[in-house]
Design a protein around this ligand. Structure first.
Ligand code: NAD
Ligand code: TYD
Length: 345
C-alpha cells in the first residue's frame, strides 16, 4: 500500500506520519508538503531515515505537479491534511484559504479519481464547519453546515467536494471532523502554544473578548489514533466526528496553563495570571464548539486516552524541553504579524 499523506510537516500531519511510519512497516508513506510557515521538517527528525518514508516538497494547488506525482507513484490512498489552518490568517487573507483548502483538495480528488487501484481518499476536516453552538447541544455527523469564518467556509467547501466525488464518481472517501487539537509541535500562533511561549518569555497572554468562548480540546496523538482507526475501518462514504468531550472556556484553559507553568518555572503562585491581557475580539468569533463522538466510540471503539490536565502538563513539558524547536519557529516573521493584530481592550 502506497499512502500519500499531505501536510505531514504540519502539527497534526506530523503525528499522523509518525504513527503510520512506525506502526505499518509494510506501507510506503509519502509525505507531501509545501513547507509553508506552518510546515517544519524538524517535526519529523525521528523518522526521516526510515525505509518506508519519503518526503516530497510540493504545492497541492499546482494541478500539473499533482497529476504527474500520482501518475509516477500510483498511490493507493490519500490522507489529506494539507491546509491553511489558522482562522485569524483567513480573516486577513481569505483567498489563500480558497486556493489551498478548496482548489488544492479538488486537484487531489481529480488525481485520485484517475489513479488505478485507488482505495481511499481520507479527508481530514474540522468541527468548525458546523458553525457555533449556544450554551447547550453538540455537533453530530448530521448537524447542518453553517461556517462563519473564511477558514471554516473553505473547509466546508472542501468537505462538500469530497462527498460530491463519492456520489458522482464513486470515489471511495471518508471524512472526519475533529475538535481543537493541542500537543507537541503545535505552531505557536494558536492559543495554547502561543501562551506557553509567552508565559515562558514573560509576555502578555492575549485573550480575545472576555475569554468566554468554549472549545472542545483533544490531545493530538488521540486524533492521530482516531485517523488510524477510521482509515482502516470506516465504511466508504461515511463521516465521523472526533472530539474530547472536554469543553473549556478560553480563560479557564489559560488560567490552568498559568498554574501549571507557575510550578514548572518555579514562579510564585498567581505570577503567570498577571500576564493575561484582554484584547479586541476576533471578528465573527464562534462562541462554542462541542463534538458528539458517540458514533466513533460505538462503531469503531475509539476513545480519548488523556484527561486535559494530564495532556496539558505533558504539552508544557514538551515545549520546555524543546527550546530549540520553539526558538527556531518563533524567530520567523510570524511574531510580527501577530503582535500587529492585537488591540488592547
Ligand atoms: P498546520 O497549519 O499545522 O499544518 C498544515 C500543513 O499543510 C503545513 O505543514 C503546511 O506546510 C502544509 N500546506 C499548507 N498549504 C499547502 C499546500 N498548498 N500544499 C502542500 N502543503 C501545504 O495545520 P494542522 O493544525 O496540523 O491541521 C491539519 C489539518 O487538520 C487541516 O486540514 C485542518 O483543517 C485540520 N484540523 C485541524 C485542527 C486543529 O485543531 N489544528 C482540528 C481539526 C481539523
Ligand atoms: P485557535 O487556537 O486560533 O483555534 P480556533 O480558532 O481554530 O478554535 O483559538 C482557540 C480559541 O482561542 C478561539 O476561541 C480564539 C481564542 N484565541 C485567543 O483568545 N487569543 C489568541 O491569541 C488566539 C490565537 C486565540
Amino acid at each position: 500500500m502506497k499512502i500519500l499523506i499531505t501536510g505531514g510537516a504540519g502539527f497534526i500531519g506530523s503525528h499522523v506520519v509518525r504513527l503510520f511510519v512506525n506502526k505499518y512497516s509494510n506501507y510506503q508513506i509519502y509525505n507531501l508538503d509545501k513547507l509553508t510557515y506552518a510546515g517544519n521538517l524538524a517535526n519529523l527528525t525521528d523518522i526521516e531515515g526510515k525505509p518506508n518514508y519519503t518526503f516530497i516538497k510540493g504545492d497541492i494547488v499546482d494541478a500539473d505537479f499533482i497529476n504527474k506525482l500520482f501518475a509516477e507513484h500510483k498511490f493507493n490512498a490519500v490522507i489529506h491534511l494539507a491546509a491553511e489552518s489558522h482562522v485569524d490568517r483567513s480573516i486577513s487573507n481569505p483567498l489563500e484559504f480558497v486556493y489551498t483548502n478548496v482548489i488544492g483538495t479538488v486537484n487531489l480528488l481529480n488525481a485520485a479519481k484517475t489513479t488505478p487501484d485507488f482505495k481511499l481518499f481520507y479527508h481530514v476536516s474540522t468541527d468548525e464547519v458546523y458553525g457555533s453552538l449556544g450554551d447547550t447541544g453538540m455537533f453530530t455527523e448530521t448537524t447542518a453546515y453553517d461556517p462563519h469564518s473564511p477558514y471554516s467556509a473553505s473547509k466546508a467547501s472542501s468537505d462538500h467536494f469530497v462527498r460530491a466525488y463519492h456520489d458522482t464518481y464513486k470515489l471511495p472517501v471518508v471524512i472526519s471532523n475533529c475538535s481543537n487539537n493541542y500537543g507537541p509541535y503545535h505552531f505557536p500562533e494558536k492559543l495554547i502554544p502561543l501562551c506557553i511561549n509567552n508565559i515562558k518569555n514573560n509576555k502578555p497572554l492575549p485573550i480575545y473578548g472576555k475569554g468566554e468562548n468554549v472549545r472542545d480540546w483533544l490531545f493530538v496523538e488521540d486524533h492521530a489514533r482516531a485517523i488510524d482507526v477510521i482509515f482502516h475501518k470506516a465504511k466508504h462514504g461515511s463521516t465521523y466526528n472526533i472530539g474530547g468531550h472536554n469543553e473549556w472556556t478560553n480563560i479557564a484553559v489559560i488560567r490552568l496553563l498559568c498554574r501549571i507553568m507557575d510550578k514548572k518555572l518555579n514562579r510564585a503562585a498567581g505570577a503567570n495570571e498577571k500576564l493575561i491581557t484582554f484584547v479586541k475580539d476576533r471578528a465573527g468569533h464562534d462562541l462554542r464548539y462541542a463534538i458528539d463522538s458517540t458514533k466513533l466510540q460505538n462503531d469503531l471503539g475509539w476513545k480519548p486516552s488523556l484527561q486535559f490536565e494530564e495532556g496539558l502538563e505533558k504539552t508544557v513539558d514538551w515545549y520546555l524541553a524543546n527550546d530549540e524547536w520553539l526558538d527556531n519557529v518563533t524567530s520567523g516573521s510570524y511574531q510580527k504579524y501577530y503582535e500587529s493584530q492585537y488591540v488592547k481592550r
